[in-house]
Design a protein around this ligand. Structure first.
Ligand code: SAM
Length: 303
């Protein structure tokens, strides 16, 4: 699963499959007793991928404690993250923003499931085969978007600003951007370029929300702790005969600037909450028992 500068993937492969992993978590949350949100598309995506031969992670009949712990951690983290960014878009809509760009949209179904104000357009950028799977699957189920939806199939390491403009994006209008579940899959240099470009395309009044991973996250000490935890998960998985898909194999573990600091430095009014604070608010029943992912959720405005 080694990464290369111009690697590409389908939905069940490499970085594409990470979109299925988070969709599976949203499907599970939606089917739970007191869900934080309802994402009916998530189940549709998961079932369509299973029909293509994809096997959902963490479905061992008898998971050991390490696997069960990782599952609990993801089920605290992913739904809390979804809820936080859902609220961001509600606030951006209330601010009067009608142009939305979801970077690395994967199987994010917000364009189909959120109550967008009239006149909203949602652009989604991701690799071509990922967006093709998403759009074909939803069309096959007759699911209609709740805003004007425009897919922009391109790799974020390529000239995506040009592709976005050609798809009708208007840089003179304020935009609500989202980068969720993306940054560790980009080299540090590509992350900087992504935000340089986003900044250039942002009219006054724009907002951006980011799932950020600061220098501490990529430190050797934190990396070692995560590896030890994953070694235990892998050992259990090997015993059960079901190999584990470890997303961090796809990460670029490189020092990079904290994104809240980057945005502040570029004139954005920035606020953030840590993943520990967010999961404690939305999943108080489990947050204290599971390891913290160690990310931060950033919401910044440009005046
Ligand atoms: N944002 C979505 C969510 O939270 O449900 C998807 C997150 S998933 C963990 C990562 C997504 O990033 C995948 O859909 C993958 O295709 C996309 N991605 C990663 N690197 C990318 C790149 N260089 N260009 C385009 N998409 C990329």
């Amino acid at each position: 699963m080694a990464r290369t500068d111009d690697d590409s993937w389908d939905i069940t492969e490499s970085v594409g499959a990470t979109a299925l992993g988070v969709a599976a978590a949203r499907a599970a949350e939606s089917g739970s007793e007191h869900p934080l949100f309802d994402d009916p598309c998530a189940r549709i995506f998961v079932d369509a991928a299973i029909a293509r031969g994809w096997s959902p992670p963490f479905t061992a009949a008898d998971p050991g404690p390490a696997q069960a712990g990782r599952m609990r951690m993801l089920m605290a983290y992913v739904p809390s993250r979804t809820k936080w960014f859902d609220e961001y878009f509600a606030a951006a809509g209330a601010d009067g923003i009608r142009q939305v760009v979801i970077l690395a949209a994967g199987l994010d179904a917000r364009a189909w499931r959120l109550p967008w104000p009239d006149g909203t357009v949602v652009f989604e950028i991701d690799q071509p085969k990922v967006l093709a799977f998403k759009e074909e699957t939803l069309a096959a189920h007759g699911v209609e978007p709740a805003a004007r939806h425009v897919g922009v199939p391109i790799d974020l390491r390529q000239d995506w600003p040009e592709a976005l403009r050609q798809s009708g994006f208007d840089p003179t209008q304020p935009t609500a951007w989202l980068a969720e579940g993306l940054l560790p899959y980009l080299p540090a240099e590509a992350q900087d370029l992504l935000f340089d470009r986003l900044h250039e395309l942002s009219a006054p009044g724009s907002r951006v929300a980011v799932e950020g991973f600061g220098p501490e996250y990529f430190s050797e000490a934190k990396q070692r702790i995560r590896e030890e935890r994953m070694d235990a998960v892998r050992a259990e998985a090997a015993r059960s005969g079901k190999p584990i898909f470890d997303v961090s194999d796809l990460f670029y573990i490189e020092p990079r600037e904290d994104i809240a600091e980057w945005l502040t430095r570029h004139g954005w009014q920035t606020r953030f909450e840590t993943s520990a604070e967010v999961t404690a608010r939305y999943k108080p029943e489990v947050a204290g028992e599971v390891p913290d992912v160690g990310s931060e959720f950033v919401d910044a405005k440009l005046s």
